[in-house]
Design a protein around this ligand. Structure first.
Ligand code: SF4
Ligand code: SF4
Length: 362
């Protein structure tokens, strides 16, 4: 079993996954380096040091109310910013045994209020409906992170109706209300499909003011900048989508692009990586720390491994302490009070108004 020093904050370069490059780990080496912006951007201890300056280190989990499960990497799209690098050719997925174990754990842990299902396109997973039905039968809130266009793929014709029947909350990606920006990030034809899907969901009652079927939209910047005010952008989306397409929705959630995986590769390619990291670091906002999503959720990987969050999972940054899976833990409450593994990408969650899978934190 690796020691704590071998994991998380002390993670050696070779264990740091392949998405966040050139992490500086050795304090002596760090001390010898010049304080260029590049050094700052690549120093994985910078986040903990910054937390320390506001008395918030180490970062610890408070309570577990959400289980976020990445059930598969297959997706009908291959977006530029995708932090799990999903696409039509990916086949990795949680198996039936894993899905059943999730349901078993939910049954044993009444404090887990929400099952947040992500991917890939979760709806493409053969056990998606089994998992949804099981969690709803246990009375849990279920979130489907839906890319919208999936609703028009073969064999998905009744997916929207299924989601309505099971009263699943939909969180749908729509990085802009304009065709140009959406297709720049998500590919050609995606805007049209997204709009048609939103109209279909509205017809079923999702997002309607007199309905409890929840439809939230997600915005993330189409480039290396921080999201604008969530409140102001929600008004803009509401006006534009209603005026142009007659679409209604409940909330707009703004999410900061994390400097990892595909987006990190793009930043490196365009010579913008350091600038973006410095932007995130310079806008560190201590008020966000208490609400970081990792403080109240656990992320489950494709083989059932537990992670501190979806981003750490994508970067293969393991939780501090013993490695555990859904198969060797009975009580998720055991994870309360545990330390959270952090690295420089965490500045993506604390910057500006903050960012989480539930949108801005402020
Ligand atoms: S729709 Fe979501 S999961 Fe699929 S490629 Fe785009 S960002 Fe990744
Ligand atoms: S990336 Fe964000 S959610 Fe994940 S551990 Fe860091 S601060 Fe927490």
């Amino acid at each position: 079993m690796p020691s704590e020093a071998d994991q998380g904050c002390g993670l050696p370069i070779e264990q740091a996954g392949n998405g966040f490059l050139l992490l500086v780990t050795d304090p002596e080496t760090r001390g010898q380096q010049s304080t260029t912006s590049s050094t700052r951007a690549l120093d994985q201890h910078a986040f903990d040091e910054r937390l320390g300056t506001v008395g918030a280190a180490p970062l610890e989990r408070v309570v577990v109310t959400t289980l976020q499960v990445n059930i598969g990497l297959r997706c009908n799209l291959a977006c530029h910013h995708c932090h799990v690098e999903s696409g039509p050719k990916r086949t990795e997925a949680l198996d039936r045994r894993g899905c059943d174990r999730i349901l078993e754990l939910l049954g044993r842990n009444p404090g887990i209020e929400t099952l947040d299902i992500t991917g890939g396109a979760p709806e493409m997973h053969p056990e998606f409906r089994h998992l949804v039905r099981g969690a709803r039968a246990l009375g849990r809130r279920v979130i489907d992170r839906c890319n919208l266009t999936i609703l028009f793929e073969p064999n998905q014709e009744d997916t929207a109706a299924f989601l309505a029947e099971e009263r699943v909350d939909i969180i749908a990606s729509l990085p802009c209300h304009s065709l140009e920006n959406v297709e720049k990030q998500r590919g050609r034809g995606v805007f049209d499909g997204s709009i048609r899907a939103l109209q279909q969901l509205n017809e079923l009652g999702f997002g309607q003011p007199d309905s409890s079927l929840q439809l939230d939209l997600i915005y993330n910047p189409v480039g290396a900048f921080l999201p604008p005010s969530q409140e102001a952008l929600e008004l803009e989306y509401r006006d534009e989508l209603s005026r142009q397409f007659g679409i209604v929705f409940n909330r707009l959630l703004t999410i900061t692009n994390m400097p990892i995986k595909r987006f990190a590769h793009e930043l490196h390619r365009d010579g913008e990586f350091d600038t973006y990291m410095n932007l995130l670091m310079d806008h560190f906002n201590a008020d966000n720390v208490s609400d970081l999503m990792c403080r109240s959720m656990i992320s489950v990987g494709l083989d059932g491994t537990l992670w501190d969050c979806d981003f750490n999972q994508a970067l293969e940054i393991p939780p501090l302490g013993p490695r555990r899976t859904i198969f060797d833990i009975e009580d998720l409450g055991e994870l309360e009070g545990s330390r959270i593994a952090t690295a420089a990408h965490c500045f993506g969650c604390t910057s500006g108004a903050g960012s989480s899978c539930g949108g801005a934190l402020r």
